[in-house]
Design a binder for this molecule. Structure first.
Ligand SMILES: [Zn+2]
Ligand SMILES: [Zn+2]
Length: 349
C-alpha cells in the first residue's frame, strides 16, 4: 500500500495552498524514503503555480529544494542508510543509460529527465514535490548533505546552489578571476558566496545597492548600481565572467562591454525577450554569451561538499506552512533575504 504524507498543495490555478494527505509510492528496490525537514521556495515554484510558464497540472505540490533525513531504504540501496542527512533537488529520475546520463548531466537526459514536480515519471505518474513531510525517490537522485551545513541552510543549495556553482566552475571563476554577479537575490547571494570561496574577485551589479553590506559580508569586493550610467564606463573591460542571475530583460551590449577579451556572460535566468546584440560585440574580443541549467547529480554532490568545506549555506528566513502564499508575493517583490524555507513540521497544524 502506498503511504500518505501531509503536504501543501494548490488544487487549481489561482487558488491558495492547502494542507492535504499526499500519496507517495511504495519503496522500489533502489528507493529511499526521506522525512523532509525543510523545503526552500524557489522562484520556479512560483512561476509554475502561477502558470507563468504555460499550463500546470493541478493539484500540485511544488518544491525542489528538499532537505531531510532518510527513514527507510529499499533492498538494493547502497549509497544511503537510515538516519543519513540528505537532499533532493530538481530531478528525481532519468534513463541512466544515454550519453548525457553517463556523463553525469542527467538534466539533459536524452529520454527526458523527470523533474521533482509537475513532471510525468516513467511510470506515467505526475511527480509531486517537497512542500511535504516525506518523499520517496531513487537513491541516484538523493544527495548527501555533509555535516557542517545545517539542513535548513542546505535546502536552497539543491537548486539555487547548483544553478550558480555549475556555471561558475565551468567558466573559470577560480583564483584571481574577476567575476561579476548580476542580481542579489536567492541565486545571486549564493553566486557571490560560492565565487568568492572559489578564489574569484567578486563584484555585485544590481539596480539597488541596499544589500551592499550583505554582499561584502559574503565576499564581494564591490557592489555597484546598474542604474548609474557611470558604472558601465567605470567597469568597461573588467570581468572574465559575468554570472547573470536576473530574469529581467537587460541591455546585453552594455554588459558585454564589461567583459575582458575572451570573457563570457552566462545566464541562468529566463528573460522573456530575445537578446538584442550585434555580432560584432562578440567578435571584437572573442566574447561569449552562454546559458546554464542547474547541474547534474555528480556536480550537485561536489557543490554540497564544496559548500560544507567552505562553510557556505544559503541565507534563509524560516516560515511555517500557513505563510507560503504570503511568501510567494514577497519573493516576487524581492522582499526576502535571501531564501524562504518552509518548516514542513507545520504542515496541517
Ligand atoms: Zn529552483
Ligand atoms: Zn539519460
Amino acid at each position: 500500500m502506498p503511504t500518505t504524507t501531509p503536504a501543501l498543495s494548490v488544487p487549481a490555478a489561482g487558488k491558495p495552498f492547502g494542507a492535504i494527505e499526499l500519496e507517495r509510492r511504495d519503496l522500489r528496490d533502489d528507493d529511499v524514503r526521506i522525512d523532509i525537514k525543510w523545503a526552500g521556495i524557489c522562484h520556479s515554484d512560483i512561476h509554475t503555480i502561477r502558470e507563468e510558464w504555460g499550463l500546470t497540472p493541478f493539484p500540485l505540490t511544488p518544491g525542489h529544494e528538499i532537505a531531510g533525513i532518510v527513514t527507510e531504504v529499499g533492498p538494493a540501496v547502497t549509497r544511503h542508510k537510515v538516519g543519513d542527512r540528505v537532499g533532493i533537488g530538481c530531478m528525481v529520475d532519468s534513463c541512466g543509460e544515454c550519453e548525457q546520463c553517463k556523463n553525469g548531466n542527467e538534466q539533459y537526459c536524452e529520454k527526458g529527465a523527470v523533474f521533482t514536480y509537475a513532471s510525468e515519471g516513467y511510470d506515467g505518474e505526475l511527480t509531486q514535490g517537497g512542500y511535504a513531510q516525506a518523499i520517496v525517490a531513487s537513491e541516484r537522485f538523493v544527495l548527501s548533505i555533509p555535516e557542517g551545513i545545517e539542513l535548513d541552510e542546505a535546502a536552497p543549495l539543491l537548486c539555487a546552489g547548483i544553478t550558480t556553482y555549475a556555471p561558475l566552475k565551468r567558466w573559470g571563476a577560480d583564483k584571481g578571476a574577476k567575476v561579476a554577479v548580476v542580481g542579489m537575490g536567492g541565486l545571486g547571494h549564493l553566486g557571490v558566496k560560492i565565487a568568492a570561496a572559489m578564489g574569484a574577485e567578486v563584484t555585485v551589479l544590481s539596480r539597488s545597492t541596499d544589500k551592499s553590506a550583505d554582499a561584502k559580508s559574503y565576499g564581494a569586493v564591490d557592489h555597484l548600481s546598474t542604474k548609474d550610467e557611470k558604472t558601465f564606463d567605470k567597469l568597461a573591460g573588467t570581468f572574465d565572467l559575468i554570472l547573470n542571475t536576473v530574469s529581467a530583460d537587460l541591455p546585453m551590449e552594455d554588459y558585454l562591454r564589461l567583459l575582458k577579451p575572451f570573457g563570457a556572460m552566462v545566464n541562468v535566468g529566463l528573460p522573456t525577450k530575445p537578446y538584442s546584440i550585434t555580432p560584432g560585440s562578440l567578435v571584437h574580443g572573442d566574447k561569449a554569451i552562454a546559458g546554464s541549467l542547474i547541474g547534474g547529480i555528480p556536480a550537485t554532490q561536489e557543490m554540497l561538499d564544496f559548500c560544507a568545506e567552505h562553510g557556505i549555506g544559503a541565507t534563509i528566513e524560516r516560515i511555517s506552512a500557513d505563510e507560503v502564499d504570503d511568501a510567494y508575493d514577497k519573493v516576487v517583490a524581492g522582499d526576502v533575504r535571501y531564501r524562504y524555507v518552509i518548516d514542513t513540521a507545520t504542515i496541517g497544524k
